[in-house]
Design a protein around this ligand. Sequence first.
Ligand SMILES: N=c1c2ncn([C@@H]3O[C@H](COP(=O)(O)OP(=O)(O)OP(=O)(O)O)[C@@H](O)[C@H]3O)c2ncn1[C@@H]1O[C@H](COP(=O)(O)O)[C@@H](O)[C@H]1O
Length: 101
Amino acid sequence: MTLAKLAATVEARRDADPEASWTAKLLAQGPEKCAEKFGEEAVEAIIEAVKGDTARLTSEAADVLYHLLVMCAARGVTLADIEAELTARETQSGLEEKRSR
Ligand SMILES: N=c1c2ncn([C@@H]3O[C@H](COP(=O)(O)OP(=O)(O)OP(=O)(O)O)[C@@H](O)[C@H]3O)c2ncn1[C@@H]1O[C@H](COP(=O)(O)O)[C@@H](O)[C@H]1O
């Protein structure tokens, strides 16, 4: 499953039945709820990263990516928007960017 395919699924679920789709259920509860859920999943991934369980970290990282897409979708931010932002940063190293602030 690519991120592009997952983002398309999230978008397609926007008008789905909240009883039949977790994505639809989350989106129906609004951007704040989506953000809260993303935060929970991020913390779970942090815990696994600190513990060093790579299988559980992989699983939690997948949850984080999915919930990031849902949170962004709730505010109308698409994967294409995020990719455009990453592309704009492509020629500048992170250290260079920090020095220029
Ligand atoms: N990638 C995911 C995905 N990752 C996590 N989740 C759901 O996110 C929910 C997280 O809820 P909880 O925090 O209660 O679960 P949890 O973190 O396991 O909770 P604890 O056991 O830790 O307390 C669970 O219901 C997971 O199934 C996901 N739900 C959907 N997707 C993708 O989205 C597609 C569409 O899903 P629906 O919208 O449900 O049709 C699916 O086909 C998948 O590709």
